[in-house]
Design a binder for this molecule. Structure first.
Ligand SMILES: [Zn+2]
Length: 257
């Protein structure tokens, strides 16, 4: 509705945005300080974010304290390999990351999606190719109605714009609503919470068969949601299922849950 409004007023839209910036100066999502344009971070906001760089687990992407080589996996991946093939994240989940994620979820800060998609495309450079099918983790329709948009779909579209990959927004669906994973304390209970909660949409079964899929989500915590999605995609004969998220919880790190 708003986009159409700006389209209709054409060139006056720029003046409208400038006026809007004067009335409501754009803010850094992390610190709240004024910034030059919407979708920008202030210097303190940048400093508070922790971008994940190598070395990390070749499978789940959890950062390592020392370099062991690209194909080395962390103890939990060795003990219990996840259903997905690889996961990568742009930033560690800490208080600053929480603010960026909640800004994307709960406010009209859709302008941030472009910046965040750029971070994710960089983190997923080893995973995402032009042949990749990007698929967001779906929201149940009731939550979608309440929030008005699926933040994972917004991120998937933004990554697709950077990488040139195709985005399949509705290939997966939720078959039932589940309580948010962050409200569930144990990994086992999280697994049970999302078990059987996803299904492939029959309309897209042919597109999924044989495809390299990268699931897109905002936060990776226990990996239970990503694994539940990967399971149904592999049953639908996807050739490979990787995961790309904005932020991941690093056990023992700031903001670990
Ligand atoms: Zn791992």
């Amino acid at each position: 509705m708003r986009a159409q409004f700006f389209q209709n007023i054409g060139a006056a839209g720029n003046i409208g945005q400038a006026t809007l910036n004067l009335l409501m100066p754009p803010q850094c999502p992390v610190t709240g300080e004024a910034v030059a344009a919407p979708g920008k971070l202030g210097p303190a906001g940048w400093a508070a974010l922790h971008f994940i760089e190598k070395p990390f687990c070749g499978r789940c992407g959890v950062p390592f304290a020392a370099e062991y080589g690209d194909s080395v996996e962390c103890p939990s991946c060795i003990a219990e390999p996840p259903v997905f093939d690889r996961a990568r994240a742009a930033i560690s989940y800490n208080e600053a990351a929480r603010k960026v994620v909640s800004g994307l979820k709960f406010s009209d800060r859709m302008e941030y999606a472009g910046m965040l998609g750029g971070w994710m495309a960089r983190a997923g450079a080893g995973l995402v190719t032009r042949e990749t099918l990007l698929m967001p983790v779906p929201l149940h329709w009731r939550r979608l109605m309440a929030r008005r948009f699926n933040q994972s779909a917004l991120l998937a579209r933004s990554v697709g714009e950077v990488s040139g990959s195709k985005v399949l927004l509705r290939g997966l669906k939720r078959t039932r609503a589940t309580p948010p994973q962050k409200e569930i304390p144990s990994v086992d209970a999280r697994r049970r919470n999302v078990a059987g909660a996803f299904a492939v949409d029959e309309k897209y079964r042919a597109a999924i068969k044989g495809a390299h899929i990268v699931l897109v989500d905002d936060v990776l915590t226990s990996g239970a949601t990503a694994s539940a999605c990967a399971r149904v995609l592999k049953r639908a004969e996807a050739s490979q299922v990787d995961v790309l998220v904005l932020a991941r919880v690093v056990k023992g790190g700031a903001g670990a849950i």
